[in-house]
Design a protein around this ligand. Structure first.
Ligand code: HEC
Ligand code: HEC
Ligand code: HEC
Ligand code: HEC
Ligand code: HEC
Length: 321
């Protein structure tokens, strides 16, 4: 919560009261479009007995609806700690949270603006980051959350929710709560929390759209910027689709992407596809994507694809929830 940062404890509760009131009085137009409901999270089932037995931690019991409501009531009355430790921040309640539940207190997330100039005085408009040179990039610098949830390109190709990235924070591990994903991968039921002290797990979020171009999996002779000209002779707008019209066609069918919007935008340029598969890479590796079966898929699995899942993670499937 930006306004809360650095505010001395004594005035902290004032800040949160103002924040909550501002949030409840109608967020931004965009925020309002997202489900803005009072904070009532359906009580979730306690973990299955078998999993409990294997876990090294005490079982997590879902807070009741009444407990959530009581915490919200206290928070609204200006109790800063009740807001800060609101059970909605943690598993399992966070799994049922809608964007509107988070935005009721964190409406600043969709309003934050980057500095107009650096602290040394360099105006933001005078510098050009490399990702701003992509054809898909429009407008000036925006805050991270806004670039991913509000700006026009994001709205066309993505459908991210707060909980796509924020999976709660475990005070004991001081790490983000990603054991479901991690255990499913490792084939074990044992929780394996992310070890760095971050709010979200970048390997399960950012890397999916900011990894390297997976040229090796495709047996392509080189990186995209070198081969693009050969793949896109006169009249071919998107060289990816020359192959991907028929290969790995069951793609992007997850609740945090807009599969149709992506294919629509991709007709104009391969920058759409490349943008999330190498064009904005912050990492030296690529994400090991699920290999979803597609029509006429070859019977034998290439070496690199052995052990890959054949469907997206359960929590992202369209029919999930
Ligand atoms: C009842 C009000 C309330 C609700 C609802 C709420 N939060 Fe918070 N949240 C807070 C307060 C207060 C803090 C502490 C902020 C601070 O100390 O600057 C906080 C802290 C956080 C932080 C850490 C902030 C930091 O500066 O590191 C994150 C991330 C966060 N919340 C995300 C969420 C998400 C995601 C949701 C929805 C699932 C949510 N919150 C719902 C009030 C709320
Ligand atoms: C694409 C992933 C992603 C999505 C979607 C996302 N966040 Fe975040 N959020 C982050 C990251 C990364 C940080 C910085 C975390 C850190 O410092 O470890 C962050 C930081 C925050 C903070 C701390 C304050 C700040 O600005 O640094 C709050 C509060 C927060 N997010 C709330 C939300 C809410 C509410 C939503 C939904 C409207 C949301 N986030 C959606 C990734 C995401
Ligand atoms: C589902 C795909 C997706 C995920 C997940 C994702 N991003 Fe992005 N990111 C994008 C797209 C698309 C853009 C370009 C938006 C535009 O040009 O308007 C972008 C742009 C950016 C930018 C530059 C744009 C700017 O002005 O800020 C940064 C930095 C960034 N992402 C960091 C992250 C981090 C860190 C995470 C993980 C917490 C993350 N992204 C998760 C798709 C994603
Ligand atoms: C010459 C044909 C060809 C071109 C051009 C091509 N691909 Fe591929 N791509 C493939 C093949 C073959 C595979 C692997 C199929 C399989 O799973 O057996 C693949 C796999 C992928 C994967 C999954 C990688 C993994 O590790 O699971 C992604 C993502 C991808 N391509 C994106 C792109 C993008 C983006 C472009 C354009 C910038 C592109 N491809 C251009 C043939 C191509
Ligand atoms: C907004 C970011 C974004 C854009 C744009 C995008 N992708 Fe993806 N792509 C992803 C993400 C994230 C996944 C992983 C989805 C999952 O399983 O959770 C993915 C998965 C894939 C896969 C593996 C699918 C599977 O399940 O086998 C292929 C192949 C692929 N993309 C190719 C493309 C091509 C071709 C384009 C352009 C037509 C494109 N992508 C555009 C983000 C993007």
């Amino acid at each position: 919560m930006r306004p809360g940062r650095g505010i001395p404890k004594s005035t902290g509760s004032m800040a949160i009261t103002v924040g909550i009131v501002a949030g409840l009085l109608g967020v931004t137009a965009v925020a309002a479009e997202r489900e803005t409901k009072p904070i009532v999270v359906a009580a979730t089932k306690a973990p299955a007995k078998a999993e409990e037995a294997k876990s090294t931690k005490p079982p997590v019991v879902a807070p009741s609806v009444a407990a959530l409501e009581a915490a919200t009531k206290k928070a609204k009355a200006g109790d800063y700690d009740a807001a800060r430790w609101h059970p909605i921040h943690f598993k399992p309640a966070i799994d049922k949270a809608k964007d509107g539940d988070c935005l009721a207190c964190h409406s600043e997330i969709l309003k934050a603006k980057p500095r107009a100039a650096s602290e040394a005085g360099l105006p933001a408009g005078d510098v050009l980051a490399w990702y701003q040179t992509l054809d898909t990039y429009t407008g000036g610098q925006e805050d991270f959350h806004i670039r991913h949830m509000v700006t026009p390109f994001a709205g066309k190709v993505m459908n991210l929710s707060c909980t796509t990235c924020h999976q709660g924070n475990d005070p004991r591990e001081e790490s983000s709560h990603d054991q479901l994903v991690a255990s499913a991968k490792a084939g074990s039921k044992e929780p394996s929390p992310f070890t760095l002290r971050k709010m979200v797990n970048p390997s399960e979020t950012c890397l999916k759209c900011h990894g390297q171009f997976p040229a090796a999996s495709m047996e392509l002779p080189g990186p995209w910027h070198e081969i693009r000209a050969d793949m896109e002779p006169e009249g071919v707008a998107n060289g990816c689709l020359t192959c991907h019209e028929t290969i790995r066609t069951n793609r992007h069918k997850v609740n945090y992407l807009k599969a149709d919007g992506i294919e629509e935008a991709a007709k104009e340029s391969s920058d759409t596809c490349y943008g999330c598969h190498g064009g904005r890479s912050w990492y030296r590796i690529s994400y090991p994507y699920a290999r979803t079966p597609w029509p006429d898929m070859p019977a034998d699995t290439p070496e690199w694809a052995k052990g890959r899942p054949t469907a997206p993670e359960a929590r992202f499937r369209i029919d999930a929830k």
